[in-house]
Design a binder for this molecule. Sequence first.
Ligand code: V47
Length: 369
Amino acid sequence: MQFSHDTNLNRIAPRVGAGERLSFDDGLALFATEDLPALGKLADTVRRRLHGRTTYFNVNRHFNYTNVCYADCKFCGFYRTPRQPDAYTHNVEEALKIAGEAVAEGATELHIVGGLNTKLPFSYYTDLLSSLKRTFPALHLKAFTMVELDHMAGFYKMSDEDVITRLKDAGLDSCPGGGAEIFREPTRSSICAHKTDAARWLSLAGKVHAAGLKTNATMLYGHVESVEDRVDHLVRLREQQDLSGGFQCFIPLAFYPPGTKLSHCPGPSGVDSLKTMAVSRLLLDNFPHVKAYWVMLGKRLAQVALHYGANDLDGTITEGGELTQSYSVESNNEVKMSKQEIAALIRDAGFDAVERDTLYHPVAELSAA
Ligand code: V47
């Protein structure tokens, strides 16, 4: 029996089996296939080669320190201008309160991101990190995207190295993968004209890696981008990873249109999300982990995505944070899962659930009970 009714997949399958690097054109051919199960099988081969039956999750919480932002990205339903009545900026006491609740609930990671707010001094960021680190030394602070670092360097007139060193000295442990969106022009400028450009995003990631910190990478898909844009994005991330090696995890982010300037877009279908997951796993041969972010995919599709290349479900989230709630396909009250629920989703999909810390060290393997 043939592997697939798609001749392109039959051509690519042995090369995946041999661990060969796939090209830009292979990426396009993978996206073009109508044989979704065969594409999933190919991605699953790679996923099982790297991770066997293990699927990771962590116990984490999101903290969005401000929603004030001047970037004006068309896909964002979270940001506010300073004069809007629901604009907010949290102070250090509020951060400590949220972190305290998270630690009490077993969180090992605080995911900290916010808008580009010109009212804050640089000391706001270092005070935030150092207060959190002093009070909760074991809590991993995964904070600030490359876009926030770029804003800090530009706005406070500091070198990139200075920004990174001062944040690291204050307690920064790693950086999340947001702000990558779609690298290729003119698409990038059409959805986020005022944001850090692709070359800068990638070079900052390289500098954070050079400082000894891990980062993640994302791609926002399912809005106005083309398939070529997606493949270009993945290939550029792969090239940067060849150079600096510090990306741990790739997270394809499914666009959620409500409340954004692109609310007329339908958002990605389930099939498109599974294809994107699989192609990401296949092209990003130098990324150790690929995450099915259940908040955007929904719990059920995230579970299926574990068979399409993903080996991580992200975290319990515990209490969404305002940004998370702005793009969640789950109803707002549902932007959290217990450890038991997330582990049950993983086991029900046929995998072994392993609680990890941010750097993928196992915290505990959950028993089947
Ligand atoms: O950069 C914004 C995306 C990102 C919408 O590193 C939207 O572990 C869908 O990067 N619909 C921020 N997506 C979130 C992010 C992230 C999330 C979870 C884990 C990690 C990690 C990183 O969210 C933004 C943007 O690409 N986003 N608005 C929206 N309407």
